[in-house]
Design a protein around this ligand. Structure first.
Ligand code: GLN
Length: 190
């Protein structure tokens, strides 16, 4: 199974490594033509405004909408979650607008810019260690969205069909179960 990692900005190498640990081949994606060769894609953490701008410049907005229309799985982590969302609180326009969620950026405030915790995630047996860095929260979900995890009552992971998102960075630990979960979605989709 070949899984791409969108490599415009952000934590790319870490996701490639985790995909390998989970049993897939991770491919660095820099051009839209490469999307034809992969079965799913990870949009990494970083800075969503920068990633969104580069996506527009390099044609990834239309290309990834087309990728998603083919029901190929997409996994957005942190900034990647923001990029996938239909709505961003306080911003007039979102980026890919694929998933029926509203996100709030930098939602944990200054006091807690980054922290680690253990999270229960629906579909994964034991708790997962989660690293949050200037993380977004999911404020609202549409009826087709399944909430997979909450932290202090706030939504931090969700799934809508072939789309998976997490507020935290599952690539920054040695635990590849979140990536393995995504690979299962890819298998189901083929
Ligand atoms: N705060 C960033 C943003 O709004 C996301 C942070 C991250 O990906 N670690 O884009």
């Amino acid at each position: 199974m070949k899984i791409g990692v969108l490599a415009l900005q952000g934590a790319v190498a870490e996701h490639i490594r985790m995909l390998g640990l989970a049993g897939a081949e991770g491919v660095v994606i820099k051009r839209t033509e490469q999307l034809q060769d992969i079965d799913g894609i990870v949009i990494p953490g970083g800075e969503s405004t920068t990633i969104g701008k580069l996506m527009r410049t390099y044609g990834f907005i239309d290309a990834l909408r087309e990728f998603s229309a083919q029901k190929k799985p997409i996994f957005g982590t942190c900034a990647g979650l923001i990029v996938v969302a239909d709505r961003i609180a306080g911003q007039p326009e979102a980026h890919l607008q694929l998933m029926d969620i509203t996100v709030a950026r930098n939602a944990f405030g200054r006091q807690r810019e980054s922290f680690e915790t253990e999270l229960a995630i629906d579909g994964i047996d034991e708790k997962v260690r989660a690293v949050f860095i200037r993380a977004p929260l999911i404020e609202e979900v549409g009826p087709g969205v399944q909430v997979l995890s909450t932290y202090n009552g706030q939504i931090v992971a969700a799934r809508e069909g072939h789309l998976l998102v997490a507020s935290f960075h599952p690539e920054l630990t040695d635990d590849c179960r979140m990536h393995a979960y995504f690979l299962e979605m890819v298998k189901e989709s083929r």
